[in-house]
Design a protein around this ligand. Structure first.
Ligand SMILES: C[S@@+](CC[C@H](N)C(=O)[O-])C[C@H]1O[C@@H](n2cnc3c(N)ncnc32)[C@H](O)[C@@H]1O
Length: 474
């Protein structure tokens, strides 16, 4: 499991630790990864029951010979994670002890390579038996969870960290062990102070989810860093997904200094703030009052807006369609106030990251610009709309079809410079995408016509990229 904290085990020639209930010294088998004692079914974490003691054999070697020895005998050394092969010998300084792999006995070196046997006879100053105590702190999260969980349940593979919060999405079979899983993660993951488990699928309007605290402080106000900005957020009330980091960065890199950007579903600002830092002006919106509040707070935290003059990010708290209308109006108004015939600049980019339903909001662009100002507009925006698709064999066709239906006219790869970017796999048969395409000025001027667009594939010989062949027909 990710984010493990490990410490070196105690190594001692004489074991005096009281924690030996579970830990009779055992000659560990050769060629085996060490593991803690089995604690299958444990529900209340008793850390002392994970201590294990192993008997090993070491060769005493003069310091000057160590480099050569460990280089040539590498495959025959102890070689356990987070454990040094070379130990001090307090009673025989400055000589060192090189630990051999498990299962080697003083009177039977046959499992060692001839090279190692030769090195021992050439440089060895004698053998020394060593008992190694591996306490709870030594074992990785996976080691401990494997010891606790029944054979048929592998340790949960990962969790997502949002600041100090570790966020799990445990399947039903794991629920009897949820508290102990939380405790082990809290012990081992650096910086984690709260462990939560997701209770439901993300299906709320605001894309946050119900969660249960498994362990640690019930503190949901997290601070995360992304793209050179700091974001504060209440993870129980707003949406945040650290896995979108590269998608945020990808989109921000499409913006040029001086661009005007419209972020319809802005959350707490992962597109808006870095874009503004790069020199864009951003109109950022979210319907969730908590997201809006944290967006405003994050603008202050990152000193994005100047104390006076035009703000770099203007924050709104509206439904997406209302916001589109208001943002276009505000942007146009700010230019028509000054002069009645200068060219009007619209948004360069519109970002719409609400993958479950954002495509449906494309109709919000229709007729958004009044005819009177249309002639003064030079360029319509490029839209980046996120969506899911379960159409694995031809997602471009699927997405274009749905986008076209919402917009009320065909969107084509060639005509609208449309392209589809795979953002991430969200489930075995469901991927998240971003469709980017150039809006036509006509879209902004004329209201939506009700003629559903259909798509079909023009099959070609380029099997590696069938999506490029997508074409729309009425
Ligand atoms: C998937 S999140 C994306 C947030 C952010 N852009 C990001 O990349 O992390 C979608 C956001 O849309 C907001 N939202 C949901 N429905 C909305 C609507 N009808 N109008 C405006 N915002 C909405 C949610 O509150 C949520 O913050």
């Amino acid at each position: 499991m990710a984010h493990q904290t490990e410490t070196e085990p105690a190594a001692s020639a004489e074991i005096t630790s009281p924690a030996q209930r579970n830990s009779e010294a055992s000659p560990a088998p050769a060629h085996e990864e060490l593991s803690p004692p089995k604690n299958t079914g444990m529900k209340v974490l008793d850390r002392s029951l994970f201590t294990k003691i192993f008997k090993t054999l070491g060769v005493k070697v003069q310091p000057k010979c160590i480099g050569q020895f460990i280089k040539k005998a590498d495959s025959d050394l102890f070689n356990q994670p987070r454990f040094r092969n070379v130990l001090e010998i307090p009673e025989d300084k400055p000589n060192k002890l090189i630990l051999l792999k498990m299962g080697v006995a003083e009177d039977d070196l046959s499992s060692l390579t001839p090279v190692t046997q030769e090195l021992i006879s050439q440089f060895g100053l004698g053998f020394m038996k060593k008992e190694l105590e591996m306490p709870y702190e030594y074992w990785s999260t996976d080691d401990v969870l494997k010891s606790i969980l029944p054979e048929h349940l592998p340790p949960p593979s990962s969790f997502t960290a949002v600041g100090h919060i570790a966020h799990l999405n445990l399947r039903d079979e794991y629920l009897p062990y949820k508290k102990i899983i939380g405790e082990v993660i809290l012990d081992k993951a650096p910086g984690i102070k709260t462990v939560v488990n997701k209770l439901e699928k993300i299906d709320t309007t605001f894309r946050n989810f119900q969660m249960e605290v498994l362990c640690g402080e019930p503190d949901f106000i997290a601070t995360v860093k992304e793209n050179d900005c700091r974001f504060q957020l209440d993870f129980s009330k707003v949406y945040w997904n650290s896995r979108l980091h590269t998608e945020h960065e990808r989109i921000i890199n499409l913006f040029n200094e001086g661009d005007v950007v419209c972020d319809v579903f802005a959350g707490v600002g992962p597109f808006a703030l870095p874009a503004a830092k790069k020199g864009s002006q951003v109109y950022a919106n979210d319907l969730n009052p908590a997201s809006h509040q944290f967006l405003v707070q994050n603008l202050a935290l990152n000193k994005i807006n100047p104390p006076s003059g035009t703000p770099k990010v203007i924050a709104y708290n509206l439904d997406g369609r209302d916001f589109l209308r208001k943002a276009f109006n505000d942007l146009i108004d700010s230019q028509t106030k000054e002069s009645t015939n200068n060219p009007i600049r619209l948004f360069d980019h519109v970002v719409m990251n609400l993958p479950a339903t954002a495509l449906e909001f494309l109709d919000g662009f229709r007729g958004i610009v009044a005819n009177q100002v249309a002639q003064r507009i030079k360029k319509a925006p490029t839209v980046h709309v996120h969506c899911f698709s379960t159409c694995l064999e031809d997602p471009l066709l699927d997405v274009l079809q749905r986008a076209s239906q919402a917009l009320g006219r065909e969107i084509t790869v060639a005509g609208d410079e449309a392209s589809l970017h795979l953002v991430r796999k969200v489930a075995p048969k469901k991927d998240m995408f971003c469709l980017s395409y150039k809006l036509a000025l006509e879209d902004l001027i004329t209201p939506k016509q009700n003629h559903p667009a259909k798509c079909s594939l023009e099959h070609g010989s380029d099997v590696s990229s069938p999506c490029k062949k997508a074409k729309l027909i009425q």
